[in-house]
Write a protein of this length. Sequence first.
Length: 421
Amino acid sequence: MKPLPPSMLAILRSLAGVALVTVAMTNAQAAADVRVLLGIDPADTAGDVLLSASLAPSQSLSKATGARTTITQTSTMAEVMRASRTIENEIIIAPAHVTASAILHEYQLLATSGQEQVYVLVARKGIDSVDKLPGKRLYLPQQDSLRSYVAKGLLTDSGIKLGQFSKVTYGNTSGGGLVALSFDMADVTVADEAQAKEWLAAHPGQLHILKSTRPVPGGMSMVVRKDFCVTDCARLADWVNSSDGSIPGVGRFRMASADAAKQFTYVASLGIATPDGVKGATRVSAEEVAELAKQGVTIVDTRTKKEYDSEHVRGAILAPYVERSLKEIDFDGSKDDFSALKALPKDKPIVLMCNGTECWKSYKATRTAVSDGYKKVYWFRGGVPEWREKHLPVDGNAGAAMAKIPAPQKAGGRAVVAASH
C-alpha cells in the first residue's frame, strides 16, 4: 500500500481535529444539561400548576446557570419520592416530604415557597382517642401524597398500623376525606389544620381533631444535588432573589432559613422506617457488604431498572421487587411480584438491598427469600444511601457524578444553603 501524500495527510489530520472538537463539544453540552424535577402533589389544592408553567422558569434557569435547563413535571408522587433517593436530577422542586427525603440523600436545601402548615387527624364523633381507630375506616389522599405521608407517621407514632383498619380508601383530593366523614363513608381522615377547623365550624358536633403534627414547611421547596451545588448554588441563589424566582402555580421562592431546615428533619422522622431486622436473615453494614462481595457473595439490588441504571453498588445485579402491598410488617406478599428471585440459586448466599431504611422492597425481598428456603440471606438495610455515604464504589450515570463531589466550598464568601448556616 502506497503512503498518502503529505497534502492528504494534512487534510485528514485537520478533519480528525474537527471531529474531536465536535465530539468534545457535544459531550460537554450533554454533561452541562441541568435536569429539574417538579413534583406536583395532586392532593394539594395549592398545586394547580399548568403544564406550560415550566417553560418560562426553564428559560430563566438556563440563563442563570449558563446551561440548558429542562423541567420535567409529574403528579405521580411515588415517582418523585423515588427520584429523591436516586440523585438523577440536579434540582428537585417538590412538597415537604420529598424535600425531607432528598436532604437525606445527597441534596441540599436552597429555597422554599408557601407558609408552614399543621396537619391533623380528623375523626367522627364518638372516636375520642387514637387507640379506638383499629377496625374503623380510614380515608387518605393519593398514597404517596404529603397528607398521606404525615397521616401514616402520626398513626405509626401511636402504634396504629394501616392493616388494623377495616378499610383504607385512597382518593385524589385533600377535601375528599372530610366529605367522606360527613356522609358516613369513613371514620377518620387527614387534613391541614386550617381546612379542618373551617369544616368543623361549618358542621358543629360532627367531627373533631384527634392528633396534630408540629408545623411543617408548606408549599414547595427547592433542593440541589450537592455536587451541582458546589459550583451553581450561588447562581441559583441569585435566581431565587431575582424577579424570575418563581413558578406559576407554585409561587415565589425565598432562600430557606435554618429553622426551615430543622422542620424538614421533623418531616423525615414521620417516614415509616423498616424494622431493625428480619428473622432468619443477617443484617449487614456497607463495610460488611464490601467484604462479602470480595468473597464472591451476590449483591442483589431490588429496585427498579431506572434506579439501578442511575446508580448501583459496583458488582450488584438487578432483581426488581415489584411492590404493591402496604409498607408494613404484616404486608400481603401475594400482591407483590418477586419472580426475579427465582433466577438466583438457593444454595448460594445473597445480599438484598434497595434505597435505605425507608425502602421496604429489600425488607420484603429478604422476608421472601428466607421463607423460600435460601441458604444464607443477608439484609443490607442501609442500602444505596449508606453505601454512598461511605464513599464505596458505585456504577451508573448519577453515581459517577456523585463520586466526584469536591470538598464543600463557600460560594463567593457568602452562605447560600440553609443547612450550612
